[in-house]
Design a protein around this ligand. Structure first.
Ligand SMILES: CC(C)(COP(=O)(O)OP(=O)(O)OC[C@H]1O[C@@H](n2cnc3c(N)ncnc32)[C@H](O)[C@@H]1OP(=O)(O)O)[C@@H](O)C(=O)NCCC(=O)NCCS
Length: 145
């Protein structure tokens, strides 16, 4: 059974590969490692028998959570792993008394938007030309507790 567990240093290589296979502007291993080591970062991985199927990251700053990334390995999407990550992040947010969660998502990324809407996120604004590769706008979503 796939479990969502806190990311450890030993998972970084697998996470960097999933990131490189999934995103045009991928976080490098060094960027991931730097971010993972920040004291306000919270990272989880989805694993089964030691194999990593995805990861998610969130910043906890004051009383807000900023979800920075959530990526599932291509061949294992639409199997509920993204939903498991969202459940875990929401559980952690409630435990830490975070009052709201936010994230940015590409206007074209309908599947990710469906995931966030499913967990109660609502569109609150837009950032023009947010993505440097396509100059696509970002949708800003928030979930308030
Ligand atoms: C977005 C992403 C994390 C979703 O992860 P996932 O494991 O596929 O998500 P789930 O299987 O839990 O599906 C969650 C919801 O997304 C929607 N969804 C997932 N796959 C879908 C598909 N192929 N077509 C339509 N809707 C889909 C559904 O609404 C689903 O909820 P439901 O099954 O209850 O109807 C995954 O697609 C991914 O890694 N994408 C590339 C990276 C990315 O875009 N990250 C987000 C950056 S903001």
């Amino acid at each position: 059974m796939i479990e969502i567990i806190p990311m450890q240093f030993e998972h970084i290589d697998a996470v960097a590969k999933i990131e490189a296979d999934s995103n045009i502007i991928a976080w490098s291993k060094k960027s991931l490692l730097d971010d993972f080591n920040k004291d306000y970062s919270i990272y989880f991985v989805a694993v089964e028998n030691g194999v990593v199927f995805g990861y998610c990251g969130m910043y906890h700053i004051i009383d807000e959570g900023h979800i920075t990334n959530i990526v599932v390995e291509c061949e294992h999407r639409n199997m509920g792993i993204g939903s498991k990550f969202m459940q875990k992040l929401i559980e952690i947010a409630i435990y830490r008394k975070i009052v709201a969660l936010t994230l940015e998502v590409r206007i074209s990324n309908i599947i990710a938007q469906k995931l966030y809407t499913k967990f109660g996120f609502k569109i609150e604004g837009f950032r023009k030309n947010y993505y440097s590769d396509t100059h696509e706008d970002a949708i800003i979503m928030w979930k308030y507790f």
